[in-house]
Design a binder for this molecule. Structure first.
Ligand code: HEC
Ligand code: HEC
Length: 351
């Protein structure tokens, strides 16, 4: 092959790869560049599909009862509603609230305390956690190899029907990377397809004044860590990032959560202590606990009148993305999981 042809081939392969990738991951132009290095794990539709099936399959847990989706339900923007603290295997109660999973390509660290640096490694934590899925990777691999469903799906995705932990983790990461929320009213205003009402616009001004240093648009989080003045829960004694770094300057610092889809993800905060957004605002206006590590933005508390709170909430409501929550492309893959035994030969569309 001469040089020119090789170049052309290269370009074509690249163009196809980009097209596939853009179909699976196409954030709007007003989003910043993602943090995730897609070159290390380029998105591919068969890998995403495998990841999606694994995400919803309780086979990843020791007694085959708990899936990732048990704690990260699509209808709650992939958080765990009603549960302040997550419930895992044997209904064991964890120590933290399950966060919403969205726009993960922009996160630099994972977990409330930043314990995990890479999305590709994250799933190992819940799979092996004694209070969550209580499984081991070698055993998961063994179980998947015995299921008629999986070897062909691994073959299609990775060109090899041998199930490996590495490929399993890559596939799970791929599916989660496709969970991009960008269809809220806020986004349609950014795209100039609609307008804020006067009340929402006023709420946006208040938001900008009081909230946006930590929860800036368009992602509504810096994904850094901060102490927002929550009093320590004396039972859980969770000091956040300090647990990982052992540095006192990190005491009570938690990863700043996004505010996108907050209406679907109650309860709030790392331990799910608040059920309602009004309680969150009550915290910021009345109950901020001073301490050595309290963020400087909150040193003087937040002053909001009752009417201003209402306007702020009106703005916050524009961050809810129904399209994301009810997106059939990321929902439970019925065709594959409802009847696993028969489905291994199915090539049908995922529903
Ligand atoms: C028993 C409930 C439970 C199960 C099952 C579970 N998770 Fe989680 N997940 C949590 C909790 C709680 C956290 C926060 C943990 C922490 O901060 O220490 C979390 C955190 C995460 C995060 C980090 C999000 C962020 O913003 O930092 C990701 C990603 C995630 N889970 C994906 C998964 C995947 C993939 C699976 C399945 C392999 C899974 N989870 C299974 C409860 C669960
Ligand atoms: C100094 C940074 C900072 C500022 C300013 C700030 N927040 Fe937060 N916010 C955080 C952190 C950190 C958390 C998580 C704390 C935790 O769970 O321990 C959080 C959590 C939240 C949550 C819970 C989200 C969830 O999914 O659990 C909401 C809602 C929220 N903030 C709204 C606001 C609003 C509204 C404002 C402005 C009035 C604001 N925040 C100002 C840092 C900040």
């Amino acid at each position: 092959m001469n040089k020119k042809m090789a170049m052309m081939c290269c370009c074509m392969v690249f163009a196809v790869a980009c097209r596939t990738m853009s179909h699976l991951f196409s954030p709007p132009s007003y989003f910043p560049p993602p943090h995730y290095d897609f070159k290390q794990n380029p998105l591919d539709k068969d890998k995403v599909l495998l990841g999606r099936i694994l995400f919803y399959d309780p086979i990843l847990s020791q007694d085959n009862t708990i899936s990732c989706a048990s704690c990260h339900s699509p209808y709650n923007s992939f958080a765990h509603t009603d549960h302040a603290l997550s419930h895992g295997i044997g209904d064991k109660i964890g120590t933290r609230n399950a966060p919403a999973l969205l726009n993960l390509a922009w996160h630099e660290r994972f977990m409330w305390d930043g314990a995990i640096h890479h999305l590709d490694m994250q799933a190992l934590a819940p799979i092996t956690h004694p209070l969550e899925m209580a499984e081991s990777m070698p055993n998961v691999v063994k179980k998947l190899e015995k299921e008629a469903l999986y070897p062909p799906l691994f073959k299609k995705a990775f060109g090899d029907s041998t199930v490996t932990g590495e490929n399993l983790l890559k596939a799970l990461a791929q599916f989660q990377l496709t969970l991009v929320s960008n269809q809220a009213k806020f986004d349609s205003v950014m795209r100039k397809q609609s307008h804020f009402t006067e009340q929402e616009q006023h709420g946006y001004v208040l938001f900008d004044q009081h909230c946006s240093t930590c929860h800036p648009p368009p992602l509504f989080s810096t994904y850094q860590f901060a102490n927002n003045g929550l009093p320590l829960d004396t039972v859980l004694k969770d000091y956040g990032k300090m647990k990982i770094t052992q540095n006192h300057a990190d005491s009570l610092l938690f990863k700043i959560p996004t505010l996108r889809n907050w209406e679907y993800t109650a309860p709030y905060m790392h331990d799910g202590r608040f059920q309602k957004i009004q309680q969150v605002l009550q915290h910021y206006t009345k109950n901020i606990q001073k301490s050595a590590t309290l963020s400087k933005e909150l040193q003087n508390g937040v002053v909001l009148s009752a009417n201003e709170k209402i306007d702020l909430i009106a703005f916050l409501l524009t961050l809810n993305d129904r399209h994301f929550v009810f997106n059939p492309a990321v929902a439970f893959p019925k065709t594959y999981l409802l009847d696993k035994k028969n489905s291994s030969s199915s090539n049908g569309e995922v529903q």
